[in-house]
Design a protein around this ligand. Structure first.
Ligand code: HEC
Ligand code: HEC
Length: 301
């Protein structure tokens, strides 16, 4: 499990920074600003980019590997085994190639970039972050989770070595079909008012899609996950959940005081998530329905 841990640890911070620079550089290219126009600061990425453009694809792949300080090549056999598992368990939220959909892109995830051989990813996947919409995959065997981790590393490589960051075109659905589907699936809780000019509130179709599937809780206290905890020896403690696991729960009460409560026998925890309905919806929504609804909402400007 720690085949190249030591090398990886030393290199990863560099990787992340370089990778960020590189993504920024390729975004410039994508936007068509780089041509004939020097960035005012940080000419280094521009120089790097020019060098990069004069290379053969083979040289480019090698240079990228070196530039990014990527560790040993991902295990292609494991990644191949991981691909269908990723499609089965993860693609729905993170996109077919982990480039992001309703859940964030995993290509630029620190957790993925910091990981070498599953040592961070596997424990993370077993626990998930259920309070943030990332399910736990406790029932998936370790070797399968390792294969998924390898698959993710290969995706990072693919993106890095392609040299440009391909943006997901997500407005591929049918707006009329989305509208009628939403009429029967969204209006039990929402009114037309929820959706008035909704597309204007998001900067891109990608953010719109993420925003409607998994509305942001930040800045809206009424959407916080709360819990009431009853312990055998004290009164009920209620508050906002800041951390929860099988073993303990951390709450901040109305006075701003933090309570860490062990979940031993006799402790009863009732969690209330205002977005539970959306989470349930994510689990049953098909890709087509998701794209259709986004296409419809995109027309509401
Ligand atoms: C139901 C939707 C959903 C599914 C299915 C799902 N994820 Fe996630 N995942 C999320 C969300 C939402 C987040 C962001 C959580 C947060 O904001 O902290 C996330 C976060 C992550 C992160 C952390 C990213 C970071 O840098 O913080 C990783 C890694 C990850 N998911 C991997 C996976 C893998 C691998 C699978 C399949 C085994 C998977 N996810 C399945 C919704 C999902
Ligand atoms: C069972 C109830 C329920 C259903 C069904 C439901 N939602 Fe929601 N939705 C909520 C709750 C609760 C919130 C958070 C409170 C709020 O912002 O209104 C929310 C928030 C939203 C938001 C964010 C609103 C904002 O002001 O930022 C959007 C967009 C949204 N939902 C879209 C949808 C769409 C599209 C559907 C159908 C595909 C849907 N919802 C189905 C309960 C529901």
């Amino acid at each position: 499990m720690l085949r190249s841990g030591a090398i990886g640890k030393a290199k990863r911070p560099v990787v992340r920074r370089a990778f960020g620079t590189m993504l920024a550089a390729s975004c410039l290219v994508a936007a068509g600003i780089a041509i004939g126009q020097e960035p005012q600061t940080g000419s280094q990425p521009a120089a790097q980019q020019r060098r990069y453009q004069n290379m053969t694809p083979q040289q480019r792949a090698e240079a990228t590997r070196e530039f990014l300080g990527l560790g040993p090549e991902p295990d292609k056999a494991a990644a191949t085994r991981g691909a269908p598992l990723f499609r089965r368990d993860c693609a729905f939220c993170h996109g077919p190639e982990a480039r992001g959909a309703t859940a964030p892109s995993l290509i630029t995830s620190d957790l993925v970039l910091d990981d070498d051989l599953g040592e961070h990813l596997v424990p993370f996947l077993k626990k998930g972050r259920p309070e943030k919409g990332m399910p736990a995959f406790a029932a998936v065997p370790d070797d399968q989770l390792h294969d998924i981790a390898e698959y993710l590393h290969l995706q990072v490589e693919d993106v890095a070595n392609r040299g440009t960051y391909r943006l997901l075109n997500i407005v591929v659905g049918d707006a009329a079909r989305g509208k009628s589907w939403a009429a029967s699936h969204c209006m039990s809780c929402h009114t037309a008012e929820t959706f008035a000019h909704v597309a204007k509130r998001f900067r891109s179709p990608g953010q719109l899609q993420r925003g409607w599937i998994w509305p942001s809780r930040s800045g809206d206290q009424s959407l916080a996950v709360t819990a009431a905890v009853e312990t055998p020896d004290s009164a009920t403690i209620a508050g906002r959940v800041t951390q929860v696991s099988d073993f303990r729960i951390t709450l901040v009460d109305g006075l701003g005081e933090t309570h860490v409560i062990e979940r031993r026998a006799g402790v009863e925890v009732r969690i209330h998530d205002p977005l539970a309905a959306h989470q349930a919806m994510i689990m049953t929504l098909t890709n087509e329905q998701m794209h259709d609804v986004t296409a419809w909402l995109e027309t509401l400007r």
